[in-house]
Every structure is written in C-alpha cells, then in structure tokens.
Design a protein. Structure first.
Length: 254
C-alpha cells in the first residue's frame, strides 16, 4: 500500500520570527538539495511565524501547520486562534490534541473532537495526537486509552472528513525524555490504530491513513522506526529544531 510518508517538525514554543525564518531557509535548502522521493515535510512553528514562513516557502514542497486552534470560528476567546485565521496564513495542517495541550491546558476528547471537525470544515488537515502515559503503559491499559482517544476524538467524522486526517501516536513517556518506544512496541500500537479505523470505517480508508510515530525520534533511530509496516513517518519535537538532524530524519522516511 502506498500511503503518504510524512515527517512533521513540531517546534513547540521555540523560535522568534527571525529565528523561524532562518531555520526555514536552512531546511528549505536541504530539502531541495538532499531529499529524494515524495515524503511530505511539514514545519509546525508558533503561530506568529506561519505567515512569514508561508511566503518563504512559496514554490517549495514543504507544508506548514499550526500547533493548535479553537473550535469556534470567531468570538470572545481572548488569546485563541481560529481555523480560518490559520488557513489565511497559508498553513494546511493543524496539530490537534498534542499531549502537552491535553496535560497542561486540560484539553478533553470532546473539545478535540470539535476542533477536528472545525479544522476539516476549513479545508485544513488535522494531525490528531494520541498516546498513553507511563502509568497507563505500566498498568497495561494503553490499548483502551488509545481506543478511547480515537473513538471520542475522531469517530464523529464521516468517511470523507476522515480521509483528511493524519494520526500521530506519541507515547507521553517518550516525548522529550530521550526514551523511545521500540520499533516493535510502536508498530503494535500503529497496527491497533489501523485496525480500529478499518473496523469503524473500512479497509480502504485505514490503508490510506498515514500514522506517524512521535517521541524522541532522532537521526539514529528514525530508519528502524520508519521501516515498520504501519509507521508512515514521524512527528518530531526536539530534533526538528536542528536542520541537519531534521533532514536526516526526513531522509529516513523513504
Ligand atoms: C513532540 O513534541 O511531538 C515530540 C515527539 O517531541 P520529542 O521529539 O522532543 O520527543
């Protein structure tokens, strides 16, 4: 099955506008000169850099995405950003439900379901994040946790809507910790996710779904992870802030 390979760099709350432009210029050059194949590269900076980066990336195959968005189209929500605003910058993807949003900002599956719907209505593609905590892994409840996140967060979408979804499996214990899930453990969850989608929608939709792994991916471990049958690329945090590391990870997704 030839589904889309994707490597997305989540810059989190790093990089001023000027620094974002410099890193984008560096990555753009490396992608042009070194990346072969059709891996979709996505850069996900803080909101303030989206419009500038979109201009800088005109004519390049690199896409950009936002790290969050509100579920309403507009209104009295001080400090929030809407899907329409994100779309107007030239961004095409939006991260939904990153574990840091769930953990520090109390985002619930219900809110994430609403955000996902809104993002798709605006013609943007959600990268929907799921993953279990350390405790849930130890308690061996991780299958149930992920099933609930996916069922409550995504299964309100109809087939057409779901076809624009990307899922990122990010075990919380592996994010920014240097601990990575083994390729086999990650594959087990990716396979489960694909099965859930096949059971709820159908095989064809499940086969076409890109499922990314995230959690301390580095140039040294990327190829082994991306070689697994159901791992279609990665969502990269720390290593996406260094152009050389990021491009090596992108190359590993071929
Ligand atoms: C992330 O923030 O999505 C992430 C996977 O971070 P890191 O690669 O730093 O673990």
């Amino acid at each position: 099955m030839s589904r889309k390979k994707i490597v997305a760099g989540n810059w989190k709350m790093h990089k001023t506008l000027e620094e974002s432009m410099a890193l984008t210029t560096e990555i753009r050059g490396m992608v042009r000169d070194e990346l072969r194949g059709d891996t979709q590269v996505i850069l996900i900076p803080p909101f303030i850099s989206l419009a500038g980066m979109a201009r800088l990336l005109e004519g390049s195959a690199i896409a950009i995405g936002a790290q969050n968005c509100h579920w309403e189209d507009q209104g009295a929500y001080t400090g929030e950003i809407s899907a329409g605003m994100i779309k107007s910058t030239g961004a095409t993807y939006v991260l939904i439900g990153h574990s840091e949003r769930r953990m520090y900002f109390g985002e619930t599956n219900e809110q994430l379901a609403a955000k996902t719907k809104t993002v798709i209505r605006h013609g943007l593609k959600p990268i929907f994040c799921v993953g279990e905590s350390q405790q849930e892994r130890e308690d061996k409840t991780y299958f149930k946790v992920i099933e609930k996140q996916i069922t409550e967060g995504l299964f309100h979408l109809d087939r057409k809507e779901f076809s624009s979804v990307v899922i990122a499996y990010e075990p919380v214990w592996a994010i920014g910790t240097g601990l990575t899930a083994s390729p086999e453990d990650a594959q087990e969850i990716h396979h489960l996710i694909r099965k859930l989608v096949a059971n709820y929608y159908n095989e064809e939709i499940a086969d076409a779904l890109s499922i990314l792994y995230g959690g301390s991916v580095k140039p040294e471990n990327a190829a082994q992870l991306f070689a697994m049958a159901d791992i279609d690329g990665g969502l990269i945090g720390g290593a996406s802030l260094k152009a050389r590391d990021f491009i090596e990870i992108c190359k590993a997704a071929r």
